[in-house]
Design a protein around this ligand. Sequence first.
Ligand code: MF3
Ligand code: CO
Length: 250
Amino acid sequence: MIIIKTEEQIQKMKKAGELLAQVHREIAKMIRPGITTMEIDRFVEEYLKERGAYPEQKGYQGYKYAICASINDEICHGYPREEAMKDGDIVTIDMVVNLDGWLADSAWSYGVGNISEEAQKLLDVTKKSLYLGIEQAVIGNRLGDIGHAIQSYVEPLGFSVVRNFVGHGIGKDMHEDPQVLHYGIPGRGLRLSEGMVITIEPMINVGSYHSKVDNNGWTARTIDGKLSAQYEHTIAITKDGPLVLTEQGE
Ligand code: MF3
Ligand code: CO
């Protein structure tokens, strides 16, 4: 069941989204060789707590951390760890902020120090694919239009779209209907209407789109060990077009 949000509720989610965007801007300043993702996890938890917010992922279905931190071949749901990140790594930090009971969800990939040309291209293409998807998030379009915009941009460039993890509706719950696939056929799927709030969160791989999950039951990584990146925003479908609730600005 899709839960349509009122303008007032969307404004509450935007407050959570603005705080989440602020956290990502802070993380961008922290990322360098030598920092650990556990330090970032602790920072996020503290930063949110000081502002009366909560990292919704912590405690969600037994997940123990404030953030997911997925390094290099990890696609998503990487555990924060005490090991320092190295020059040339890429890392995706994903989190869900709960502010006054309303949620916002955003993941961002970062390069650590000097990264390879291939890694930089992956980050650029993945981010661009997110915004191409967002452009399609307008009243009257269908979910397939979003997926198609992403897939038809990414694949000709030689990258692949992860199939096993998808975007979702969001509101007072982290995962609501509908599922938002990052591949698809234009004109197919659910029609978008005013007041829907969804995430678009393409995970894009250098190699094959196939993934496997670690023994911890959470962390998904590429089967070929090649790099994966992800950018995610929370977006409201409004009369005035897509409203990105987690926009970081320049
Ligand atoms: N933020 C993720 C998403 O985009 C969900 C993370 S799963 C959790 O859907 F367990 F870490 F919360
Ligand atoms: Co997320």
